[in-house]
Ligand binder design. Sequence first.
Ligand SMILES: Cc1cc2nc3c(=O)[nH]c(=O)nc-3n(C[C@H](O)[C@H](O)[C@H](O)COP(=O)(O)OP(=O)(O)OC[C@H]3O[C@@H](n4cnc5c(N)ncnc54)[C@H](O)[C@@H]3O)c2cc1C
Length: 416
Amino acid sequence: MSERSVLIIGGGIIGLCSAYYLVNKGWRVTVLERSKTDFAGTSYGNAGLIVPSHFVPIASRGMMTAGLKMALNPTAAFGARPMTPGFRNWAMRSSRFALSDHASRVAPYIRDLNLLSQREYDEMLPAIGMPDHPKKRGLYMVAESQHCMDELAHFQVAAMDLGLESHLLSREEVSEQLSIQINSFGGVHFLCDSDLPPHQVMEKLKAYLSSVGVDLQYECEVQDFKATNGKIRAVRTNKGDFSADEYVLAAGSWTGKLANQLRLNLPMLPGKGHSMTLTGLSQVSSAPVLLEEGKIAINPMVDGVRISGNFVLGDWGSKPIRQRITAVQQRLQKVIPAWQSHNFSKESIWVGFRPCTPDGLPYLGRVGAWENLTLAAGHAMMGMSLGPATGRLVSQILTGEKTSLPISALSPERKI
Ligand SMILES: Cc1cc2nc3c(=O)[nH]c(=O)nc-3n(C[C@H](O)[C@H](O)[C@H](O)COP(=O)(O)OP(=O)(O)OC[C@H]3O[C@@H](n4cnc5c(N)ncnc54)[C@H](O)[C@@H]3O)c2cc1C
């Protein structure tokens, strides 16, 4: 059979992982990315946590309740922009899922997707020149109050029921195991989780893909589709038309807008977040930490300690939100005494957009209307974790092989 060709729209972790598995199966692959080569979008500045422990989707009763409590507080971890077009529609759909048994039904499936991805990372990272990653240090979820600790203990039982290795820790054990004093009420060590430095992974992936012949087109924005008789014939970009046998739409938070042009209705909103990478700290934790109440992730990486947080639903703005960042910094100084004297005001702040679907599951699969289109987007706060599993599944969809996991729950045509 002659070499088949595929155009992937979007050069984030999902697009690049799809390219990785497809080129390794002999496909001629082109990736179209509208940003410059040296940009650092959502797949670069995130926390880098690989999280089987995050088996609860955003469309859950707990997250909805927490979100509603925080929504009016301008310094809280969670916020919302309800005037954003599509917000009402998204929120109504999402709350229907949150108030049903959806979260407990999909938890084993989200776990399996994550575990598949971890296995794929174990093979992919050495192959692209990162033999020491992912780091198997686990994730420490830490509570700052007794109430939160009780919730964490409850959550840990659910994790154990799903076969996810984890240990409950006292406040002394938290500080001792992390080699830094943390003012907490205790926590849970999720040994099932791992971590990686997202920026390096993205750069290594790009270098690997170029070396094996993938055509990475930067500053190439897809503006429109040329499609007839149920088939996409080409995409129109600022660099001219590109065509291929197959098309993969992996444009992160922007996927819904692009899909509209193909008359597909994929409700999506961005969940804007921030990160900063601190250097020069006198003490750092020996493993990643998640401060549960503030939803602040702390990941000690090769080039500094990455702090990430905030989730502002529906916010497309590229500017950091100062009030929320200050609250994150103050919380860190309260919980980690060794960081009290750190001057946070000089830190540069990165902004990213989690692509969120109303039920908290990605859109992955084909659609009836277009025979040569595959959707791969909407991974919310787990896109870095689920990149390789998604890439593997995309390659199996395109080649018509049996998929490593059933994917009907992710169908872009499911009832949302
Ligand atoms: C603060 C923060 C912390 C996070 N922490 C974690 C974590 O610890 N673990 C985890 O698993 N996930 C985490 N995430 C989520 C994760 O970063 C995302 O789910 C993931 O990066 C999404 O990848 P993507 O490839 O779908 O989208 P993106 O990385 O956004 O890539 C999509 C690409 O498509 C391009 N594009 C859009 N429109 C067009 C067009 N018309 N033409 C051409 N190109 C186009 C965009 O420029 C973009 O580069 C975090 C996110 C944030 C914001």
